[in-house]
Design a protein around this ligand. Structure first.
Ligand SMILES: *Cc1c(COP(=O)(O)O)cnc(C)c1O
Length: 458
């Protein structure tokens, strides 16, 4: 298991976030007010987000300075290491050179604290007392709990009931960092009470949990709401990963031919790939950026580009996105972080303009890849991350067939230490392939009743 670990010094943590909007040939379309279908102004978001984050959400500036206090907190796990995967290369007997950026070194075990810390900082600065959010598998809730604890903010996490019951350790992690974790639907909110009145045994859903968290933030002046993916400012915060990776690849003396990341709402993909896309825009490089989604939730490869809600209940503004429809309920695969019906506006526009690529991987292939990786490299990936590993392995096998070197970089965006029950299901043969038929896709898309994107813009 020979590894090359490429590290950076603390003072090489980026000093600014990269906002890709400045370099996009076609800017993302504006979010719309669902009632009027007119573009929303920043003031529409003011009841739930601090102004600094709203400004970042609509910013056209290429670089956004990272506050020194945030950089200080980043030093507790950043710069994160980048490895050359000699063990995996050997196992695959490939001429490809495989590299991975490892984000499992953060306190919460994934890339999510990169934005959680920034969001908690700006909320604290704005005088907010408490942040609410939703969590499914628990990755985002734990990252935000950690960040809120650091700044002395209260944190209230609405956790989808079924995950709350099935994933006690993620919940306990949040409790340890001082967060209150509430199974959703809950009697605490109007939205929750309404669901409970009709379905007292409701297992909950991410859509319901979002409604509860947003309602709390909208009705309490001391409380704000926070989102862990999809939105522009979240993706921008994550670009610390790609900026570090560029320096690390330089140290290795190589430039990737392909940059790969698993895709839920787009934050770890954007965070690693956008700084490399900038090299395409600014320096005429031709680095392929590839997002990997599960075949059970294929919005990028089989969805449509149109306006849709960010949540499943229809509380958010309409966002221009690749989507399977906000009512689409993906199969219960174990990569919970990838079970999201849509994609962020930035990534969607880039995909539409063919500046990035996407492919889908079945969960069986993803776990085969993850187990092979763990045996070759030692690190056990999160089930979400396994999708990126699977794509990297596909690329390495292609390179072998061609008999040519290919430099592959992927995002190992989290470890799987709290997801061993998913590995248990895989080992015991309980996991199944999830390929949607064209009929399933057509019927999901035919239910979308939100506005289409005008041809002139698209
Ligand atoms: C949340 C999460 C994802 C999916 O979200 P993105 O915003 O697409 O990155 C993927 N991997 C891990 C480990 C996560 O925690």
């Amino acid at each position: 298991m020979k590894q090359t670990k490429i590290t950076l010094e603390e003072n090489e943590i980026p000093e600014r976030w990269y906002n890709i909007v400045a370099d996009m040939p076609n800017k993302p379309l504006p979010p719309l007010n669902p009632a009027t279908q007119e573009p929303i102004g920043p003031e529409a978001l003011a009841p739930i987000f601090p102004m600094a984050l709203i400004e970042q959400e609509v910013s056209q500036d290429r670089w956004i300075p990272i506050p020194e206090e945030v950089r200080q907190i980043y030093t507790s796990w950043r710069p994160s290491p980048l490895y050359r995967a000699h063990g995996l290369e050997k196992a695959l007997d490939t001429p490809a050179h495989i590299y991975y950026k490892y984000e499992g070194v953060s306190p919460a075990g994934s890339h999510k604290p990169n934005t959680a810390v920034a969001q908690a900082f700006y909320n604290k600065q704005a005088g907010v007392k408490r942040i609410t959010t939703e969590t499914g598998a628990g990755q985002w809730g734990s990252a935000l709990s950690y960040a809120c604890q650091h700044f002395g903010l209260g944190c209230e996490v609405y956790m989808v009931r079924i995950s709350y019951d099935q994933k006690p350790y993620r919940k306990l992690m949040m409790n340890t960092w001082g967060a209150e974790v509430i199974p959703s639907p809950s009697p605490q909110t109007e939205a929750g009470r309404k669901i409970l009145a009709e379905h007292p045994d409701s297992p909950g859903s991410l859509g319901i949990a979002i409604s509860e968290a947003m309602e709390r933030a909208a009705t309490d002046p001391d409380t704000n709401y926070s989102l862990g993916s999809v939105l522009n400012h979240v993706l921008t915060h994550q670009t610390v990963m790609g900026q570090e990776a560029i320096k690390q690849m330089e140290k290795a003396g190589e430039l990737p031919d392909v940059v790969i990341a698993p895709f839920g709402g787009g934050s770890n993909f954007a965070g690693l790939s956008f700084p490399f896309l900038r090299m395409n825009f600014a320096e005429g490089q031709n680095i392929r950026c590839l997002a990997t989604e599960p075949t059970s939730c294929p919005k990028l490869t089989r969805g449509v580009f149109r306006y849709d809600f960010g949540d499943s209940i229809g509380m958010t503004p309409l966002i221009p996105m690749y989507t399977l429809g906000h009512n689409f309920v993906p199969a219960k695969i174990h990569a919970g972080g990838l079970r999201y019906h849509g994609a962020g506006a930035l990534v969607s526009q880039l995909l539409h303009d063919k500046l990035i690529d996407a492919e889908a991987v079945d969960q069986i292939e993803s776990f085969e890849a993850g187990v092979l990786f763990a045996r070759a490299e030692g690190i056990i990936p999160a089930p979400e991350a396994n999708h990126g590993v699977a794509s990297a392995i596909r690329e390495a096998k292609e390179a072998k067939e061609e008999g040519k070197k290919r430099v592959i970089l992927f995002n190992l965006c989290g470890h799987g230490h709290f997801d061993m029950s998913a590995y248990e299901a895989y080992f015991s043969g309980e996991l199944h392939r999830h390929e949607l038929s064209q009929q399933d896709i057509d019927s999901a898309i035919s239910e979308i009743d939100t506005p289409e994107i005008p041809d002139t813009a698209a």
